[in-house]
Design a protein around this ligand. Structure first.
Ligand code: EPU
Length: 383
């Protein structure tokens, strides 16, 4: 038996001493007697105490791809919506902030850790039907691999992206000419204010480049529990992105499997291996600048490309960092801009969050000085 969590009962001290699937054990000591209670989570009269496993002073670095950061005061895994609600209730009871952790692949945790409750979403399951409905805790790339194996088109260009399904809509993940917003049908989320489960349509999610309602104040109260995708049995390859077009330049329409393999190969050439380097992928967003600003920069730097978007022109920061700033491979305090893709910052081993942050500030300063562009971080900073 494991001691999981001690909380104060109004009359005496109650300790949760075990939590095994649907069964919770609790020991109460009162008047010199110890009572062991066994309760079932499906029971209509639910116990007042937590059945989730709540741990104290947990190092969070190992749950992040950067492998950086201090300890969280509390940590738990939510394997069901009930457990998620229990975690929220605990945080509310103790007036603690809560942080929802997916795969930890797009975050930088402060060296001082987090003075609140980190809840790791471990909701699992996939339902295949007209829409493919996936629980938030599923691994993104395993899900994509399964869609490809089933002959479903739509997510193949998003192969190889680390992280969980639940985190994907938050930043509207995108790669090789596709954004999740293009195939997402709805998102199911727990509203922290009311405890209700809500369904948000694609339009409700207000998707934009690396942006959604979940990054804004009005969406901060939602915890994503499931995501539904509309995938096609008879789709067609999307090879508009330069790297993919070049890969398949010899002609012929590639199969789903071939596209997935190509994307994984291209990514492997550009991105560091997470097994050897801590990283959170692209650290900054590609900046969107005005048409006038683009024309001005294009005169000074003729090689600069631009992609028209509704709000202006999106320019490749990797190119700017490489060709204008000469920062590719630059190192500082165990951190670096990756040698094959400078938009990706890496922990070369033992780097601190403050060192990564200092490097990021330094980069932003140099880019501003050389181009006048203010760049924005894409990675979430948790402190
Ligand atoms: N480039 C250079 N030097 C380099 C690397 C790239 O000049 O060392 C140039 C390339 O020539 C290319 C341009 O920069 O034309 C853009 O590079 P790339 O195609 O690698 O894409 P990116 O814009 O840097 C974005 C996403 C990535 C995604 C790729 C592929 C953002 C912030 N990043 O990167 O997403 O995988 O496109 O589609 O939009 C992530 O978000 O973590 C991420 C990795």
């Amino acid at each position: 038996m494991r001691l999981l969590y001690t909380d104060k009962h109004p009359m005496f001290e109650a300790r949760n001493i075990g939590c095994y699937d649907n069964v919770a054990l609790r020991a109460d000591t009162a008047g010199g007697c110890t009572h062991i209670d066994i309760s079932f989570r499906s029971s209509p009269r639910r116990p007042y105490f937590c059945t989730m496993e709540l741990l104290k002073n947990v190092s969070i670095a190992e749950f992040t791809s950067f492998k950086i950061g201090g300890k969280a005061d509390y940590f738990c895994r939510a394997r069901s919506v009930d457990e998620l609600k229990e975690a929220l209730a605990f945080a509310r009871r103790h007036s603690l902030p809560i942080f929802i952790l997916g795969g930890g692949t797009n975050m930088l945790l402060s060296d001082d850790g987090f003075r609140g409750v980190v809840v790791k979403i471990e909701l699992h399951g996939v339902k295949w039907g007209e829409a493919s409905v996936v629980a938030a805790g599923e691994n993104w790339d395993s899900f994509v691999a399964e869609t490809v194996a089933r002959g479903l088109w739509g997510l193949e260009n998003l192969s190889g992206i680390p992280g969980t399904v639940g985190a994907a809509p938050v930043q509207n993940i995108g790669a090789y000419g596709v954004e999740i917003a293009e195939v997402l049908e709805w998102v199911e989320a727990l509203d922290m204010r009311t405890g209700e489960i809500k369904q948000l349509s694609n339009a409700d999610c207000a998707f934009a480049y690396r942006d959604s309602i979940f990054k804004k104040q009005e969406g901060k109260n939602f915890i994503i529990t499931r995501v539904a995708f509309r995938l096609q049995k008879d789709g067609a390859p999307n090879l508009q992105y330069k790297d993919l077009a070049e890969y398949f330049s010899s002609g012929g329409a590639p199969t789903l499997q071939q596209i997935r393999r190509a994307v994984l190969e291209i990514r492997a050439r550009k991105f560091p291996d997470l097994k050897t380097h801590g990283t959170a992928g692209s650290f900054f967003k590609n900046p969107i600048i005005s048409k006038e600003k683009f024309e001005e920069l294009k005169k000074r730097f003729p090689g600069l490309s631009g992609f028209p978007v509704p709000s202006g022109v999106k320019v490749p920061l990797a190119w700017i960092l490489d060709k204008i700033c000469g920062l590719k491979g630059f190192e500082q305090d165990n951190t670096a801009l990756w040698k094959d893709q400078p938009l990706v910052l890496v922990n070369k081993g033992g780097a601190s969050a403050s060192a990564v942050s200092a490097l990021a500030d330094n980069i932003a300063h140099i880019v501003k000085e050389k181009t006048g562009i203010e760049i924005e971080r894409e990675v979430n900073f948790l402190c």
